[in-house]
Design a binder for this molecule. Sequence first.
Ligand SMILES: Cc1cc2nc3c(=O)[nH]c(=O)nc-3n(C[C@H](O)[C@H](O)[C@H](O)COP(=O)(O)OP(=O)(O)OC[C@H]3O[C@@H](n4cnc5c(N)ncnc54)[C@H](O)[C@@H]3O)c2cc1C
Length: 283
Amino acid sequence: MIPAEFDYAAPATLDEAIGLLQEHGDEAKILTGGHSLVPLMKLRLARPGMVVDLRKIDQLSAIEMDNGSLRIGAAATHDAIQHSDLVSGHCAMLCECAGEIGDLQVRNAGTIGGSVVHADPAADWPAGLLAADASMVLVGPGGERTVAASDFFVGLMESAIGEGEILTAVSIPAQSAQGGAYLKMAQQASGFALCGVAALVQVEGGNVTSAKVGITGVANTPYRAAAVEAAVSGGLEAAAGHAADGVTPLDDIHASSAYRSHLAAVFTRRALETAAARAGGSA
Ligand SMILES: Cc1cc2nc3c(=O)[nH]c(=O)nc-3n(C[C@H](O)[C@H](O)[C@H](O)COP(=O)(O)OP(=O)(O)OC[C@H]3O[C@@H](n4cnc5c(N)ncnc54)[C@H](O)[C@@H]3O)c2cc1C
């Protein structure tokens, strides 16, 4: 449980960090909260020769409005996001999502950027960010580019981040939803999601007329539940029955694929109902 030897740098600027990644190539690994990287290093499943700690780059922790979009710095902790008035006013569902992650220690150290780049299929953020139509802002030697959340989670523990790139922020556009919710069935030992569902809804005359639904924990990548969204105006229970359409639910020691499918339908219905009940309150 002791990591292999490594060098450590804590640059004060983004340019310096990009330079270090270029200089050390494959040997370099970024660290923010360390809650996923350090366990891998202790198990020697990761053996970086150079660890580049981003936490001294102040701009990466900022949470601010940027031309009508909410910009959450990649090094903002889960706890900072959970308790941010700005996030709550823009899309309160994301505060709920942050509050469901691990325990207080994990939320105090872990960051949104580390979580999305790590791309654990049972992580909470991807569901919320997919439902909220978020984009990832990436900076590398070639400049800045933006990748939609729907294109970012490409495989099991695999994101669309490129060689030498740093995730600097997550951008969340203005929301038209009237209600939102994130609900999760946690694996009891780790807290990770067996199934986590984020829902944002519009309501007219007491009925849900449109919804955006992101699901994590069920398949090998988080996904937007397009079949649920297409069916939602026909009733929430029937629509929720489509929660696992088009995906192959995971089957492992924690839950069978049949159980995960069942959880997806149940938690989707509950998330839609909760979001609808909150419409007029907070999305
Ligand atoms: C006991 C425990 C319980 C947990 N429970 C949950 C849970 O219930 N739900 C959940 O979602 N998560 C959970 N987690 C994971 C937690 O949310 C981690 O904080 C998160 O997965 C990684 O964030 P980090 O900031 O610690 O990243 P790090 O460990 O520092 O980095 C993770 C990976 O991302 C890369 N990286 C980090 N930041 C950047 C960046 N800005 N740009 C490019 N690459 C970057 C690193 O190189 C590394 O590969 C748990 C973790 C622990 C230890």
